[in-house]
Design a protein around this ligand. Structure first.
Ligand code: GDL
Length: 452
């Protein structure tokens, strides 16, 4: 049973950079959300051209028909559909012509059945054109002007509309750096109509934790409860990773301090099962929150999606695999243990390896075997979503296994090791990998120059 009032927004933002989800994926998402008790979907794919770069252009008939279908599908499942527009790249805030274009865009969406809206001003140049700078002494005031007007206009046509706003500084670090100009958030808190909800991603864009005290401080400035835009499982910033760990690092008390909790997850839709299942558990749960337990039970529910054309996959193996792609700031315990094992081996002379070498080889071989079996998944979209990352993991495990086997032979203790399957150029090659090697980052975040 949910403890949350029905006006608490809970659900998903399609708000990442990269290819937007397909209509079929969105329908599957809606089915998951309805089954799990999440109530809101925010349409905000950064790379729908008409959401951001071409925000002035109406949707074509074909595009409109797809959106109408999506909105209808949401309604059938009693989900709240919110349409977001991001005009901030180049809008002239003081122009009546621009405001009229915004109204036309919203009017088209209203005609398609959409009742709730958002204006997003994240990730935009933080400056105004000359005329706007003359009229407003701050960026925040200009954005409030446009947003308040669009809110008023929308409520006249859709009286129960929820209306959301994403500020230019949308996390603690950006606010500290005075992104958007000094006093930006205070101006928004004062000038933005109190019924408009304001997004916030926590102390960071990708927040490992979102402390209750951090949000309570923010409430004073914004003069309302913020609405969380949680990027914990977003992976658009790193093509090598995805996150299938649990919703974590947020205390259950946080639910009382925000007007809702929306997550912007992995680009690859099929990889979001556990993140969204555990989010639903967090939002709808009562009492304490045990993220690891939530993960283990969501993994059990995800397992049937891993049916293969060959040998079945076990829950134990799936959990170990999921631990390798857990959360941005931490590996799951099994992956961490594997890492520590190989780290210890690499820093010790092979004569001292003892039992550890065999233990590592066994662990790695099992995981590598699991990765190989992913090619046999019946759900091909799930395999395609996994395939590049699984390939990379397999390569690294294979290399390390070969290395440990080679060095375990006393005759090879001092011999140098090479692998015929890991050759310069085709292995860890390319400009990006070379740049990374040239300019490594320390665990404390600092960068060191390369020294010969
Ligand atoms: C962001 C972007 C978001 C992106 C995420 C992760 C917000 C408000 N905006 O800054 O579109 O997916 O980071 O890269 O979070």
């Amino acid at each position: 049973m949910s403890t949350q009032p029905t006006d608490f927004l809970s659900g998903v933002i399609e708000g990442f950079y990269g290819p937007p989800w397909s209509p079929a994926e969105r329908l599957e998402l809606f089915d998951w959300m309805a089954a799990w008790g999440l109530n809101t979907y925010l349409y905000a794919p950064k790379d729908d051209l008409k959401h951001r770069a071409l925000w002035r252009e109406l949707y074509s008939e074909g595009e409109a028909a797809t959106l109408r279908e999506l909105i209808r599908a949401g309604k059938l499942r009693h989900l709240r559909f919110i349409y977001a527009l991001s005009p901030g790249l180049d809008i002239r805030y003081g122009s009546e012509v621009e405001l009229e274009l915004l109204r036309k865009r919203f009017a088209q969406m209203l005609a398609l059945g959409c009742e709730n809206f958002a204006l997003l001003f994240d990730d935009i140049p933080d400056r105004m054109d000359v005329a706007d700078a003359k009229r407003w002494d701050s960026f925040a005031a200009a954005q409030c002007h446009v947003t308040n007007e669009m809110f008023r206009w929308t409520r006249e046509r859709s009286p129960a509309a929820r209306f959301l706003f994403c500020p230019t500084p949308y996390c603690g670090r950006m606010a500290e750096r005075n992104y958007g100009g000094e006093g930006y958030l205070a101006t928004v808190g004062r000038e933005l109509s109190p019924e408009i909800e304001i997004f916030w991603t926590g102390p960071e864009i990708i927040s490992r934790e979102i402390p209750v005290a951090h949000i309570q401080e923010l409430q004073k400035v914004l003069r309302r409860k913020p609405l969380l835009w949680d990027n914990l499982h977003a992976n658009d910033y790193d093509g090598r990773r995805f996150y299938c760990g649990p919703y974590a690092g947020r205390a259950p008390e946080l639910r009382n301090e925000v007007s809702g909790l929306l997550v912007n997850p992995n680009n690859e839709f099929p990889l979001n099962f556990v993140p969204l299942r555990t989010l639903a558990g967090f939002v709808c749960g009562t009492g304490t929150w045990d993220a690891r337990n939530a993960y283990l039970s969501a993994m059990r529910e995800w397992l049937p999606h891993f049916a293969t054309v060959g040998q079945p996959v076990t829950l134990e193996d799936l959990i170990g695999f999921g631990d390798c792609f857990y959360l941005p700031h931490e590996e799951g315990p099994e992956a961490q243990a594997l890492f520590e094992n190989i780290q210890a081996l690499l820093s010790t002379h092979p004569a001292q390896w003892g039992e550890r070498a065999a233990a590592f080889r066994q662990q790695a071989a099992r995981l590598r075997d699991f990765c190989a079996r992913m090619t046999e998944l019946r759900e091909r979209p799930l395999f395609y979503a996994l395939s590049r990352r699984v390939w990379e993991l397999r390569e690294e495990l294979d290399l390390l296994e070969k290395f440990v086997a080679f060095k375990s032979q006393p005759a090879n203790h001092h011999a140098s090791f090479t692998s015929d399957f890991h050759l310069p150029g085709t292995y860890r090659g390319g400009l990006v990998a070379r740049l990374q090697r040239l300019f490594p980052q320390q665990p404390d975040g600092s960068f060191t120059e390369y020294r010969r």
